[in-house]
Ligand binder design. Structure first.
Ligand SMILES: NC(=O)C1=CN([C@@H]2O[C@H](COP(=O)(O)OP(=O)(O)OC[C@H]3O[C@@H](n4cnc5c(N)ncnc54)[C@H](O)[C@@H]3O)[C@@H](O)[C@H]2O)C=CC1
Ligand SMILES: O=C(O)[C@@H]1CCC=N1
Length: 283
């Protein structure tokens, strides 16, 4: 593992389209010790360039330099594609001539299949479909990786090690990507939604809004920290808070009666179905 961390420490990285998701991966990788001087990030406009430059990374802005993505990709060992799904194949076309045959292309886009990327990259180019999540930026993320047949085990290990400094890595069959996306890719939004709903509920119970937001935020964050233990059992932890004939029991009974578990199933099924639909539309 020490050898692997030495090997990945020298990798040159390119982040093409450095918005929320690529920005979170980049921050996680820097926080885990990667030299920012080995990283080049591109943006379409310069509105976020200053904050990226403050991290010590090289920033190229497409509006000022039409070659920005190709320049960043050239000579990079790993090239993260972080634009919206609809822009991924065009970005593959744009950078194809600049890519080194040994560079590993890692797409973070929902729904865009390996097959569609392979069709827009040079023959045999190593490419990985990934589904990360934004908590990577605080070292508490999750990512699912699905490598194409062109990717060697050593390359899978390198990309896994890059992510492993800031989160859990799961190598999965591509068929599972839409389901993983519905749970861990979108999942941070569900936790934030719960915090929002709890804050609003506190206000309805008469709490001051600022206090209610502070309570909801710290409670969801604290519960998340407890869940971070790999041995944590969410059901057992819920039961530990739920005293027989106590207050929590009443709340959970209402949630069960109103079908919250089924509602969560329906929501994640809708997210996975949307990914499949997006694959048809743009993949
Ligand atoms: N936001 C999230 O939590 C997650 C997002 N994703 C995936 O990440 C991808 C990006 O999503 P977000 O980061 O949320 O969007 P975003 O809009 O925050 O970031 C996209 C960035 O790409 C830039 N961009 C667009 N076209 C470009 C081009 N041709 N060259 C260089 N830069 C360009 C935009 O200016 C923007 O900064 C999507 O494909 C999405 O499916 C995956 C998992 C989670
Ligand atoms: O909402 C989306 O489409 C992306 C993929 C998972 C999280 N955000």
């Amino acid at each position: 593992m020490e050898c692997m961390s030495e090997a990945i420490n020298n990798l040159k990285l390119a982040f093409l389209g450095t918005g929320s998701m690529n920005g979170a991966i980049l921050r996680g990788i820097i926080a885990s010790g990667h030299d920012p001087k080995l990283i080049t990030a591109t943006l379409r406009s310069d509105s976020r360039a200053a904050e990226l430059r403050e991290l010590g990374v090289n920033v190229l802005v497409g509006a000022e330099d039409p070659q920005a993505n190709s320049t960043a990709a050239a000579g990079a060992d790993v090239v993260f594609l972080g634009v919206k799904p609809v822009g991924i194949t065009a970005l593959c076309d744009e950078i194809s001539a600049a890519l080194d045959p040994a560079s590993v292309v890692v797409s973070v886009a929902a729904a865009i299949t390996l097959e569609s990327m392979v069709a827009h990259l040079p023959a045999g180019q190593p490419v990985i479909r990934s589904m990360p999540n934004t908590p990577l930026m605080v070292g508490a993320g999750v990512v699912g990786l699905s490598p194409a047949a062109s990717v060697s085990q050593a390359q899978v290990d390198s990309v896994s090690a890059l992510f492993a400094g800031s989160g859990d890595v799961h190598v999965i069959d591509e068929e599972q990507q839409n389901a993983l996306s519905a749970i861990s890719g979108s999942g941070p939004a569900y936790a934030f939604y719960l915090a929002e709903a709890m804050a609003n509920a506190g206000v309805a119970l008469g709490l001051d809004e600022k206090l209610s937001i502070a309570l909801a935020r710290a409670t969801v964050a604290g519960a998340g920290k407890m869940l971070a233990d790999p041995q944590a059992d969410p059901a057992a932890m819920r039961r530990a808070v739920t005293s027989p004939k106590g207050t929590t029991e009443r709340a959970i009974a209402v949630y069960d009666e109103q079908g919250i578990p089924q509602i969560i199933k329906d929501g994640t099924a809708a997210a996975a179905a949307r990914a499949a639909q997006l694959s048809e539309e743009v993949g």
